[in-house]
Design a protein around this ligand. Structure first.
Ligand SMILES: Nc1ncnc2c1ncn2[C@@H]1O[C@H](COP(=O)(O)OP(=O)(O)OP(=O)(O)O)[C@@H](O)[C@H]1O
Ligand SMILES: [Mg+2]
Length: 432
């Protein structure tokens, strides 16, 4: 505002400037250069004012963004510390409990073996005990996985066949009102334990399935390549720059209320009924992804659905790559001679080893085993023998076998505690 006035009273000029005028001129304005100077001055002032307020807005935006970022990071840090503490605590307990459980299971199994009569009422009770112990073992194993205390071997594996395999399994159990769609568009390898990857997929898909159980919906599982150019934070974990496989499990189910979003990865957190969920599924996923150097991102809207993304770092080690079939198979193909004086144990052992893919010959008794071995000393890659046997004990059998074939590979496994009561025998003897 420039005031141009006919009065030359100084108090009027002061009053005009006080009320906000930027300049005060007397009429008639004879020198136009003065006016144009005043106008240019005023316009420049306007420009500076506008620029200043824009800059202020920009600063405020920056402060807001930074504050939000800081809140997210603080939340992540607290979450990470919480998971770490819970993991250490749960893992420690589970580890000790595992040892106790192993003894319980071992002795229950031995009681079952010693109690020959399957019709005996104690036999049934022992079977129930074993069933409960197996469930406890399963739980302990999940807790150990969550707390990352369970050892696992990481090898370069192709994730896409594991995803396909898992989805094939899942498809069979999905009700008709849930549609499964898959988009496997990445075939890179990651350093991983294949069974753990399988576990991630099954746990996430089971949750998605439960979320849509009532009203049906669409379950989409995809595997894509992702390049991370700068350090990126997700709802659970950060990623350093590099190449990643992104596994997304998305459902159109009930969604997760924001109030519980921070707790879903806690062990034993579950909103499901007692028989339906233990609350370990996502805790296990979290443990696995962490131990594979990955991160997880969760997005959910109540009534709309949930998408959980799992990022796993891609390995460059193509040379060490394994054949796809190898990554999901267990056991081997070698020929094994299995020796025990109990026919039942030979039968069970053979069944188990055949199930693992081995070619097995079961022989009852050490004398018969020695005869079999003599006929074809190079026909076996490994001999597994019981230690405590009549006529010729495992110890002697081992000596005889090594005499026939010095490079023979042997394992001696004592079957019954009577042996340790007699004393002076190691629990597991392995030669070569
Ligand atoms: N896709 C999903 N949609 C809606 N809620 C989910 C989803 N995934 C997880 N949740 C919520 O997170 C909770 C924890 O999940 P988590 O898998 O750890 O345990 P659970 O499924 O309850 O039991 P478990 O997996 O041990 O059988 C669930 O109880 C559920 O409330
Ligand atoms: Mg679950």
């Amino acid at each position: 505002l420039i005031v141009v006035s006919g009065t030359g009273v100084i108090s009027d000029a002061v009053e005009a400037l006080r009320r906000g005028a930027w300049d005060y001129m007397l009429k008639p304005v004879e020198d136009l250069t003065v006016l144009s100077y005043a106008i240019r001055n005023a316009l420049e002032k306007v420009r500076l004012k506008r620029e200043n307020s824009r800059y202020q807005e920009h600063l405020e935006q920056m402060v807001n963004d930074r504050t939000k970022e800081k809140i997210v990071l603080e939340k992540q840090l607290i979450q990470a510390q919480k998971m770490e503490a819970l993991g250490t605590l749960a893992g420690g307990i589970a580890h000790d409990f595992n040892n106790i459980l192993s003894a319980l299971m071992g002795f229950t199994e031995l009681c079952l073996l010693e109690l020959d009569d399957p019709e005996h009422p104690v036999h049934r009770k022992l079977k129930s005990m074993l069933h409960a112990e197996n469930r406890a073992k399963e739980l302990v194993s999940q807790i150990l996985t969550f707390s990352r205390m369970q050892e696992h071997v990481l090898t370069p594996v192709s994730v896409s066949p594991i995803v396909k395999e898992a989805l094939k399994l899942l498809k069979a159990s999905l009700p008709a009102n849930i549609e499964l769609r898959q988009g496997i568009n990445a075939h890179q390898q990651v350093m991983a334990d294949p069974t753990r990857i399988h576990q991630i997929i099954m746990n996430l898909c089971t949750n998605a399935y439960h979320a849509m159980e009532e009203n049906g919906g669409l379950l989409t599982v995809s595997l894509t390549f992702d390049q991370c150019d700068e350090k990126t934070s997700f709802s659970h974990g950060d990623l350093t720059p590099g190449s990643y496989l992104r596994l997304t499990v998305e459902d159109t189910g009930a969604g997760i209320p924001p109030s519980i979003l921070d707790s879903i990865f806690d062990p034993y957190f579950s909103t499901k009924g007692k028989d339906k969920g233990t609350g370990l599924g996502l805790a296990v996923v979290h443990g696995i992804v962490k131990s594979h150097g990955g991160a997880i991102h969760v997005e959910s809207r109540v009534g709309k659905g949930t998408a959980i993304q799992v990022f796993l770092p891609i390995t460059d080690d193509h040379e060490a790559a394994k054949d796809e079939r190898e990554t999901v198979s267990t056991g081997g193909t070698e020929r094994i001679l299995l020796v025990d004086d109990e026919k039942d144990l030979v039968d069970i052992g053979c069944l188990m080893l055949v199930k693992l893919g081995y070619d097995v010959l079961g022989v009852v008794g050490s004398v018969a085993a020695l005869e079999t071995f003599k006929q074809s000393p190079h026909g076996f890659d490994l001999v597994i023998t019981d230690l405590d046997m009549p006529a010729m004990n495992g110890d002697r059998l081992v000596q005889e076998l090594v005499r026939i074939r010095p490079d023979c590979r042997l394992s001696c496994v004592p079957g019954f505690p009577s042996l340790s009561i007699k004393g002076a025998r190691p629990i597991w003897v392995s030669v070569n």
